[in-house]
Design a protein. Sequence first.
Length: 209
Amino acid sequence: MARTLRRGDSGSDVRELQIKVAGWAADGVQQTFVGIDGSFGAQTEAAVKRFQSSYGLTVDGIVGPQTHAQLDWLTSSDGSTRHFSWSEFRCKGNGSFSGGKVGAATVQENVRRLMWKLEALRRKAGNNPVTITSGFRSTSHNASVGGTSNSMHLYGIAADLRVANRTVVQVNNIARTCGFSGMYNMSTAVHLDSRVEYSYGSQSWWWNY
C-alpha cells in the first residue's frame, strides 16, 4: 500500500506525485509550474488541494487512500494515463519515439509527464475529449512539416491539440493554469509545451497569445 504523503515528505514517491499533479499548478493564469524535485513543499501541497477539490475529495493537501485511489484510477496499466494513449503521441513519420533530439526512453518519459498535465487540462475543460494532432516528432518528420530546428516536439514535451466544445482561446486560457510554459494558437488547434522545465535550449516563457 502506498504511504500517506504530506508536506515535509521527500522521496521518489513524492516525485511521482508531483508528476501526476503538475497540471494543477495554479488557480488562475500564472507563469508557474510544479517542480519535480521529490520534496513535498507548499507548491506541491497547493497542487494536491486543487486536484482534490476538482475530484470531490477532502481538501487537506494530504495524499491518503482516497487521493491515491483517484490518482490510480487515472493511471493506465501500460504507464500512460486514463484518457491518453502512447499511440497518440508517437511520431507520425516513423510510428515510434525514436529519431528525435533525445533517446526514445527519455521521450517516452517526457510524454508521460505531458499526459498528466493534459489530464488536468481535460478535467478543467469539462471532461471534453482531447484530440492530439501532433505529439513527438523525429528530426526528419519535423523538417518535413516545417517545424523549427529546436522544436519542443523533438523532445516529447509538446503537443498540438484540440478540445471538443472549446475554442482555441478557451483552451489557451485553461492551459495557463496547468504549468505550460510555451503556447500559441493555431487556426483550429493549440500548441502547448513545457520548455521551462527542461534543459533543451528554450527556457524562457513564451505565451504567444
